[in-house]
Design a protein around this ligand. Structure first.
Ligand SMILES: [Zn+2]
Length: 321
């Protein structure tokens, strides 16, 4: 996953937006859009699976729906050995795929298609076009970026889907916008990502829906003045990488157990302890785990691997201010 660098400081909401976007893509800038009531006709959404609350927006095409359903079936099918890491058991509350499914279901509510404009789906956004045409966007957690914007703008914002209007009042609303690369990764030969890579991305995006530690008064003040919240674990915002292939890009975790760490935890456990995965699945998972590890501060990565890091805090505190 490549990302876009936004260097301008003091940081703006444009930066927040880029920090929750795995692929680097849309940026938020001030541009008032009047509320649209009643909600526009967005088409009917489809429930991904009768057991889950995740809804597939009308904007997703057949291929994207097929892949997403495959990915949730894959997540559900996973079985892990008794020696599975305690971190994994804490994060997913299980050694079985059902736990991963619940983790995703709690943090992903709506999945919308790549061609959907963000402006058309929110009663107010401050959105602009692609900041770079070089970035490959796989998926972005737009819900968290818009939720932070509700705080910064001190206004309520509604999300339009399924011909209705939903308030964005908690990052756990989990609005994920797929990038085209989710179903067509390589523009030249049309080679898609496989289900292991795609599911790892869903785990990463889902983690952005957690405001771990909540927002303090200082964070509200920061947001209102166009700064990032001090608590970067709220939304698990990306931070600028300080070394390696991603140096200078906002494509790294800043704090412990961020979105890349959860992606690592998921993929690494497939490599090490999956009971029912093929060699090909393990090979993809190994590549995902290595890439994720390179995006985690070295000290934290060492502690994660040695087992000396704290257990992950999987809570999310809704706003109280
Ligand atoms: Zn991310």
């Amino acid at each position: 996953m490549k990302s876009i660098l936004v260097r301008s400081l003091p940081v703006s909401l444009a930066l927040i937006s880029s920090l929750v976007f795995a692929g680097g893509c849309k940026r938020l800038v001030d541009k008032a859009v009047p509320p649209q009531l009643p909600p526009p006709q967005t088409g009917m959404a489809e429930q991904i699976n009768p057991q889950l609350e995740i809804s597939l927006d009308a904007s997703l095409n057949d291929k994207e729906r097929e892949y997403l359903k495959e990915d949730f079936r894959f997540a559900q099918s996973l079985k892990f050995k008794p020696e599975t890491s305690p971190y994994f058991v804490t994060a997913f509350n299980s050694r079985a795929g059902e736990g991963i499914l619940r983790f995703l279901d709690e943090r992903i509510g709506h999945i919308i298609g790549p061609d959907t404009t963000v402006e058309s789906r929110f009663s107010y956004t401050a959105n602009t076009g692609n900041a770079s045409n070089k970035a490959v966007t796989i998926a972005t957690n737009i819900g968290t970026a818009v939720w932070l914007e509700t705080i910064a703008q001190r206004r309520s914002i509604n999300f339009f889907t399924n011909n209705t209007s939903l308030p964005v009042n908690d990052p756990r609303i989990g609005i994920i916008k797929l990038g085209r690369a989710y179903s067509v990764f390589d523009e030249n030969n049309g080679r898609p990502l496989n289900t292991v890579a795609r599911t790892s991305i869903l785990v990463h995006e889902a983690r952005h829906s957690d405001c771990t530690g909540g927002l303090a008064d200082r964070d509200f003040l920061n947001l209102a003045s166009g700064q990032l919240p001090e608590n970067r674990s709220c939304g698990h915002l990306h931070t600028i990488c300080t070394s390696g292939d991603y140096e200078g890009l906002p494509a790294c975790d800043g704090k412990q157990w961020g979105a890349y760490a959860l992606g690592w935890l998921f993929a690494n456990e497939i490599v090490k302890n999956c009971e029912n995965c093929t060699a090909a699945m393990r090979a993809t998972a190994e590549a995902v785990a290595l890439d994720s590890l390179a995006r985690i501060p070295q000290e934290l990565a060492r502690e994660m691997r040695s087992g000396s890091l704290n257990q992950p805090d999987m809570s999310s505190t809704p706003p109280t201010n």
